[in-house]
Design a protein around this ligand. Structure first.
Ligand code: ADP
Ligand code: MG
Length: 280
């Protein structure tokens, strides 16, 4: 039996009214397959329901990716782990499973400019979106500007609440632009509020010893943050020269790398090849 043109129209209209876009899109090909393979009515219904679930899952993921405001989409499969940037593939694959996001953990990606920190941060954010987690990607300077604006409009509480709705906050480029004391404070408050409540990923070109400079030269604030955040974080250190420069075969603009950051212990000197104000 084939559906008439009228019933096809009615099915589409009912799917629209019932908000079943997956069924609406796939029922015709599923019905054809059902006829060819002699599926039972139950089998057909099951396949149609599965089509709807698949459709909803992919639209949730699309929505999560849209909400996350990634500057561009980067994934782990386009990351060249043979480029000797000091990042272990297995570690990244483990982080990509997002257990640390479920556990409200913190990851810090530190290292010189151009070594893939933002790429990896986006890729981990994308993985969290694929698992239907709410993610927000922001550059540290933009976040501080928004926080200060919210404070001036007496909306800071509301902004904090909104930020806490995100399962993962990615703060990119901590250290590129130093903040004044007020900026340092608002950022400190957000990061320490998330500590053990929601996951955070920070990328930075600075060593921990240089963090006070970011937080308005406030040693106490930086020490408190390091104590809460960095010392309990999974710290990954990229190394070497800019990937793009290397690809072009040009000599590195950054000095040769020093010793890597040791686990979560703040090093005494700057991060290998660290820049404080260089913007790519
Ligand atoms: P960073 O944030 O450390 O300054 P980026 O992640 O912005 O560096 O990397 C600069 C460019 O080089 C990006 O386009 C990124 O995708 C690319 N890149 C860096 N490292 C790698 C790598 N190991 N494999 C593939 N692409 C890379
Ligand atoms: Mg970057």
């Amino acid at each position: 039996m084939t559906t008439t043109r009228t019933s096809a129209l009615a099915i589409r209209e009912h799917c629209r009214l019932l908000k079943l876009p997956g069924v609406g899109r796939e029922y015709e090909s599923l019905a054809r397959e059902a006829r060819e393979r002699g599926w039972s009515h139950e089998d057909f219904l099951l396949e149609a329901l599965c089509a709807e679930i698949r459709s909803r899952e992919s639209s949730v993921v699309r929505h999560r990716l849209y909400e996350a405001r990634f500057p561009e989409l980067k994934t782990l499969d386009t990351f060249d782990f043979h480029a000797d940037v000091g990042i272990d593939r297995d570690t990244m694959l483990r982080l990509a499973r997002c257990e640390w996001v479920e556990q409200s953990g913190t990851v810090i990606l530190a290292g010189p400019v151009g070594t893939g920190k933002t790429h990896l941060a986006i890729a981990l954010g994308v993985e969290a979106c694929r698992r239907r987690r709410r993610v927000l990607f922001t550059r540290a300077a933009d976040l501080v500007r928004d926080l200060l604006e919210a404070r001036d409009q007496r909306q800071l509480g509301r902004m904090h609440k909104r930020l806490l709705k995100h399962d993962l906050l990615v703060v990119d480029e901590l250290g590129f632009v130093p903040f004044d004391r007020a900026g340092g404070e608002v950022l400190f408050n957000v990061l320490s509020e998330r500590y053990e409540r929601r996951a955070t990923l920070v990328t930075s070109n600075l060593a921990f010893s240089e963090w006070p400079r970011v937080f308005g030269n406030d040693e106490k604030l930086a020490a408190a943050l390091l104590d809460r955040l960095a010392h309990h974080a999974e710290v990954l250190t990229t190394k070497g020269s800019s990937y793009r420069m290397r690809k072009r075969g040009k000599p590195a603009a950054t000095p040769p790398p020093g010793p890597p950051l040791q686990g979560a212990t703040p090093p005494s000197g700057p991060a290998p090849g660290a820049h404080t104000t260089t913007v790519e």
